[in-house]
Each structure stands twice: as structure tokens, then as C-alpha cells.
Design a protein around this ligand. Sequence first.
Ligand code: NAP
Length: 483
Amino acid sequence: MYDNLLANVPTDLWIGGKWRKASDNARFDVIDPATEKKIASVASATVDDAKAAVDAASDAFEAWGAKKPRERGEILRKAYELTMRDAERLAKLITLENGKALSDSRGEVAYAAEFFRWNAEEAVRNLGQVSRAPSSGARILVQHKPAGIAVLVTPWNFPAAMATRKIAPALAAGCTVVLKPASDTPLTMLALMPILEEAGVPAGVVNVIPSRSSGKVVSAMLHDPRVRVVSFTGSTEVGRKLLREAADNVVKPAMELGGNAPFLVFEDADIDAAIDGAMIAKMRNMGEACTAANRFYVHEKVHDEFAKKLTAKMNALKMGNGLDDGVALGPLVNAEGRDKVMSLVDDAVKKGAKVLTGGKVPDGPGFFYPATVLTNVPDSAAMLNDEIFGPVAAIQSFKSEDEAIKRANDTEYGLVAYLYTKDMNRGMRVSEKLDFGMIGLNRGLVSDPAAPFGGMKQSGIGREGGHEGMMEFLETQYVSLNW
Ligand code: NAP
């Protein structure tokens, strides 16, 4: 089954339009989380390889930045079409290295490809402005230039989409990039490189360097004066480190970090709609998403009905190898992720939470954790402060709107919040009081390439997607002039 899938997947470093071994020949293993078997051995970039990748990005920069926006846009449009042509193969590869159910992987590939299409359209809308200085009367001309070489660092939970969400706007803006994918899931991006080459992306414009020495390799690139942007998606902890490193050369940061999403259900909500939304917000990607609903706050009048219906839906999910038919719940990405979920559930149960379903690790192989619903979760439970990153719904009840808002905002994170109510006055009133970059109002899914994705507080800096996405890769230049 694997051999077919893996037959043509490259496993070396993609630098300057060529496949290369690591300079010290080091490699690392990629594991199928459903079977715990090795599926590939991938070259592990060294600091020298990272320098070679920045050299390649630097050599390609001038010509790529000088290309007409329409030409860049057409290459991105072609990348969209070719990614969709190869969607099924890419989806299976994502499931193989990440574990998620094939239906989730198919959704991810379509989402990933959309970033190429959206940014193909954005490439030709790099708008400036002309105005008159109020006092001097001189002209103020504002234009945007490609910011330079961008270092992109991506996580394992969406191996395709988190990368294309950066590559596509960077290329639209005229930047060249070096991408370091997560070590758990490097194959998807390596598999995308021949597709980008076929689409017409010139050598050196996109370079991909998996590495087991992430810290050293990324640090070396951030200290190379040619690098002007770092765009990172991952944990807040690593984001803080990279912000410190970026400070040395004042590299422009874009940070998509952790979340701790509240999901509010008011007493006037359509409960069935809220359950459907909850299943998406919680279970997309087995809960391994920064946007995953982490804390359910349900009005006391509808709490029991919500918990019962959610439990029934969670029970109906088939768990198994993500490549198998009908499976909705694959394994978590690795043993560490599974053990973290297990310890958060054990901690909550020890402190008094009630298990309505799930809560027990099944026999191996595979890093499986079952769909789990907990009620009576005490405020002291660690899972209310920490991202669960697994298929566990923690439900608490509330009495008043003010209480719900206060508890929802009681977190250092501010990525996304969800709320369900039929009263749109309340919906907008509460939305405005929630300190989150994105709100799902009667919706369990907010991600959209055409919308600005990103967080407030310690969930990040900057936005991806929408019109804002390309701006992260542009510098604003103002020319003061008379004519
Ligand atoms: P992570 O441990 O922070 O890793 C993310 C990336 O950073 C990986 O490529 C990793 O490489 C690399 N990395 C790790 N340590 C590094 C260091 N010292 N210097 C430079 N790079 C380093 O996060 P993760 O566990 O992969 O992903 C889960 C996190 O991502 C969650 O917190 C989730 O909320 C967040 N996330 C946020 C968004 C968003 O848009 N806000 C979207 C998706 C995920 P290795 O794999 O080699 O360690």
C-alpha cells in the first residue's frame, strides 16, 4: 500500500532547483503514526545547507521580484491547478505522515491549493497610493516592494496548508523563500516541489530544507543579513524564541502561534447547529488544530442537552488508520502528542471531571486517542489553560453572558472564539467583547484563504490570507516628491 504512494516522493533537500543530500549525509526517519512503522528517511539539513539555500534564494531574488505581477500570478494559478490535479496523491501522503483521516487530508489539500489561487489574484493588486502632504503640498507616493528573502517555518498539523499559506503570498509579493517543514511531516512539501517546478516557479525561488537541527538551522538563517522576513507557524514557546532571534538583525516577523479557543453556547442557540459546529471546531484534524475548540462554555439551561448530543456524535466516529474507508478519527501525530492528551485528561478526571465517553488509550500499535467528552471540568484542570491538541471536549456551564465573556477571555491566547446564539444583537455584542483575532458566529470553521487569519495577544503577530497576507512580505516605501 505504501510503496505505491511513496514511490516518487523525493526525500532530499530542494535547493536552487536541485535535489541534494545533506552536507554531512545525515538523514532522519519519518514514521506512520497509525502503524509506528518507518515510511521514509529524509535528508537532514545542516547550517551549511541552510546557507546554500539562502544563497539560492538570494540568486533568484532579483529576477523573481522584477517579474511582472501578472507573470507571477499566472505561475501561482498554475500551481493551484496542478496541486488540484494531484490532490488525491497529496492527500494520501498527508494521511500517511500525519495520521489524519483521508477526508481531513482531502479538505486540507483543497484549502492549501486555494492559497495559490487567492494569491494569484492578489499578485496583481499590490496597490499604492498618492496624496498631497497637508502642510507642504508635496506629493506623497506610497508603494510596496518585495521585502526580500523570507524564512518560513511550519508545523506538522497541516503539512500542506500552513506552508502554501506562506509560500503563495511570498511569491505573489516577489519574495523568494527557504522553507523548513516540521520533522514529523516533511514529505508533503518535498512532494509539492516538482509541482511548483512544473507550474513554472524558477529554480531558487522556493527552497525546502527539512532538518532535525531546527534550532541551529533557523537561527543561522535569521542571522544572515540577506534574510528580511521570518514567517512562523507553531507553538507560542518556539515563536517567542524566534522573535528574540529575529531581533538581532531586526527581521520582520509574522507569527501564527498557539490558541485556546472558547466555544460559547447560549441558551437561545440552535443546539443541533451548535453540535454540528462543535464537531467541526473540535474534531477537524482530530483536534490537532490551533483553531480547535478547547473550552466549551454552555449555558446551564442547555448544558445537559448539548453534552448528551455531542457525546452521541463523538461515539459515532470511527477510529482507525486514516487511509481506511469510513475512518473519521486517525491517530495523533506522535507518542508525545498522544501522551500529552492522556495526561491532560487524567489530570482533569483526578480533579473531578466526569467522562461521558472515551478517556482511555486503546492498545497499539498507533498513537490513537479516542473521541472524549468531559463534563464538570474544574477550573483548576490543566486542559483549560493548555492546548489539548487532541479529540477531547471539555465542557463547563455558565449562568450569564458577562460570566461567559469573562471566562472566554481569561487566557493568554487570542486566536479564535466560537459562539452560538440565534440573537444577532447578542452575537455581535459578545463578538466585540471577545479578545480574539477571529470569531466563528454560528460557525465552527473560520479558515478561509480570502480572510485575514491570525491572533491577538500571545497567539501571534500579523495575518495570513485575505489582503493582509501578501502585506507581510512587502515593505512600504514612501517617496516625497514635487512635480
Ligand atoms: P512547534 O514545536 O513550535 O514546531 C513548529 C515548527 O518549528 C517545526 O517546523 C519545528 O521543527 C520548528 N522548531 C521547533 N523548535 C525550533 C527552534 N528552536 N527554532 C526554530 N524552529 C523550531 O509546533 P508544532 O508542535 O509543530 O505545532 C503545534 C503548534 O502550532 C500548536 O501550538 C498550534 O497551536 C500551532 N499552530 C498555530 C497555527 C496558527 O495559525 N496560529 C496553525 C497551526 C498550528 P521540528 O519539527 O524539527 O521540531
